[in-house]
Design a protein around this ligand. Structure first.
Ligand SMILES: [Zn+2]
Length: 202
């Protein structure tokens, strides 16, 4: 199964990744790291021990960065804590994006450091610097969109006399124009009779 999903992954060394420190969350990331690095010829040409060491150091770096990050929130570094797992996934995902040659980020900087054995010099904690957006991305996108929409809406009011109110037949009403810039919705105009408050759309 794993070999199909992660064609470049290398088998995890049992003595390293099946100790008490590791669990399935961490092993999955270790497999993913191997899969990403395995796409580079430099990594492929390394010995199995070297490859294992690099994978272990990267995963541990992500794990430690997670522990550091969670402490800022005064939460426990504990796999049953969903926030802890989210941060870990975030940090790993952020790193993977930065080392994956197929990702949109296309950064050679990190992968070169990793392949040259300079993992210790990579500030993995930096990848953990996040805000509420990152902890709950879907939700914040929704909220951002709403704020954006509100910012794009402009109201204007003016008194018009061309039409006749259907209710009281008088000719003075306020037109409220709601301009929505940059959005798909068309402008929404509403007329309110100044005498009887009858409203209609125009
Ligand atoms: Zn009226």
């Amino acid at each position: 199964m794993e070999s199909i999903k992660y064609p470049y992954a290398i088998p995890l060394k049992y003595e390293v990744f099946y100790g008490t420190k590791y669990n399935s969350h961490r092993r999955v990331k270790a497999i993913l790291i191997g899969d990403i690095l395995g796409r580079t010829p430099e990594f492929k040409n390394m010995s199995y021990d070297q490859q294992t060491l690099i994978i272990k150091e990267i995963e541990q770096g992500c794990y430690h960065a997670t522990c550091e990050e969670i402490s800022k929130y005064e939460q426990s570094a504990d796999w049953t804590n969903i926030m802890f797992r989210n941060i870990y996934n975030y940090i790993c995902g952020n790193l993977f994006q930065n080392i994956d040659p197929n990702s949109e980020v296309q950064s050679k900087y990190l992968i070169e450091k990793i392949l040259n054995g300079n993992i210790a010099s990579i500030d993995l904690c930096k990848l953990g610097e996040m805000n509420s957006d990152d902890l709950c991305p879907d939700k914040s996108i929704e909220i951002k969109k709403k704020i954006q929409e509100r910012a794009n809406i402009k109201f204007s009011k003016k008194i018009c006399t061309q039409d006749t109110c259907r209710k009281c037949k008088r000719k003075e009403y306020v037109v409220e124009r709601m301009h929505t810039r940059g959005l798909d919705e068309s402008d929404d105009n509403r007329a309110t009779c100044v005498f009887c408050q009858h409203t209609w759309r125009i």
